[in-house]
Design a protein around this ligand. Structure first.
Ligand SMILES: NC(=O)C1=CN([C@@H]2O[C@H](COP(=O)(O)OP(=O)(O)OC[C@H]3O[C@@H](n4cnc5c(N)ncnc54)[C@H](O)[C@@H]3O)[C@@H](O)[C@H]2O)C=CC1
Ligand SMILES: O=C([O-])CC(=O)C(=O)O
Length: 308
């Protein structure tokens, strides 16, 4: 199993590290446009191998796509992150050009690959990869919901003073400050609805804190987060590489599911060796349906800014 990660920055390196530590891939290629940067990150990570007991070979490449040839899975993290006060949507001007070039180069060298898109604004960048490459729709996956759901569970556990392993919950919709739809009606603690444990007011606070999870960290760090994003990407890569059929909310091209079409947005999917193996239709209450429809409008508006 060969995995390429484009972008050796904060998220790319974190994701490569988690993949290596989990020891399921034979090779991880890290590619960056900055001279020597990916080679440096690869060497540093390889020097963790004996300490962290992994055998994954990590190779760095300065923009040489021949090293990525034959990748089973490619992750795109190249592009600029936001600064405090910015929205993810404001990154489109620079990141669209980068994602377009990178996705074409990846497919040229790995025509059968599965692509996981991380660069923001992620749902629109995922849509752009559909427009740029001729990969089938199940092979293009946007990562956002897995991270947002992890943040939702963190906030729920905090509110209930419960261990996170007791909590289950999912966030669907667009990966944006306003577009995320935390499914509070489905969230549970050991199969009991979370509304049995906390007030509606506290649950609404959890929902709002979840939606601005990325912005909160960006304000604290001065740039956006990388540990949980890297962990979330590595979980998707592992689900595909190990054919786990695990369910994650991912940005997928919709053709009528949830009453939506011609956009990529976060919905629950099953991930296995073929990429997106199934889109799961979850029953939503009226408020969640309305929020998802509004979120889709937002994503479509951002897609409209693409120069296709
Ligand atoms: N979807 C999600 O849940 C998340 C998305 N992100 C997004 O991921 C992206 C990366 O974030 P960070 O790693 O923090 O940024 P970073 O600035 O640390 O790393 C980005 C890297 O991309 C490289 N790069 C730029 N243009 C390139 C090109 N044409 N080819 C190859 N490499 C290129 C840069 O040299 C840099 O090393 C941002 O757009 C950020 O908003 C970040 C966290 C979560
Ligand atoms: O907040 C950002 O800009 C980066 C991101 O997508 C996240 O951490 O959720």
């Amino acid at each position: 199993m060969k995995v390429t990660v484009v972008g050796a920055g904060a998220v790319g390196a974190s994701c490569a590290e988690y993949i290596a530590i989990k020891n399921f891939a034979s090779e991880v290629v890290i590619l960056d446009i900055k001279e020597g940067y990916a080679e440096g990150k690869a060497m540093d990570l390889m020097q963790c191998a004996s300490l962290n007991s992994f055998d994954t070979k990590i190779v760095g490449s300065t923009n040489d796509y021949s090293k990525t040839a034959g990748s089973d899975i490619c992750v795109i993290t190249s592009g600029i992150p936001r600064k405090p006060g910015m929205t993810r949507e404001e990154l489109i001007g620079i990141n669209a050009g980068i994602v377009k070039t990178v996705s074409s180069s990846l497919v040229e060298h790995s025509p059968n690959t599965i692509i996981i898109v991380v660069s923001n604004p992620m749902d629109t960048m995922t849509y752009l990869v559909h427009q740029t490459t001729d990969l089938p729709k199940h092979k293009i996956i946007g990562m956002g919901g897995a991270l947002d759901s992890a943040r939702f569970k963190y906030r729920l556990a905090e509110a209930m003073e419960a261990p996170i392993s007791d909590i289950d919950g999912m966030v669907i919709g667009g990966h944006s400050d306003k577009g995320m739809v935390p499914l509070t009606s489905h969230a549970t603690r050991n199969s009991i609805k979370v509304s049995e444990f906390i007030s509606e007011e506290r649950l609404n606070q959890v929902k709002e804190d979840t939606k601005v999870g990325g912005a909160t960290l960006t304000k604290l760090l001065g740039t956006s987060a990388w540990y949980a994003p890297g962990a979330a990407v590595s979980a998707l890569v592992q689900a595909i590489a190990c054919d786990q059929k695990k369910m994650f909310p991912c940005s997928a091209l919709l053709e009528g599911e949830y009453g939506l079409s011609n956009l990529c947005i976060g919905v629950p999917v099953l991930l296995g060796r073929n990429g997106i193996e199934k889109i799961i239709d979850v029953p939503l209450n009226n408020a969640e349906k309305a929020h998802l429809a509004e979120s889709a409008e937002g994503v479509k508006k951002t897609n409209g800014l693409l120069e296709l």
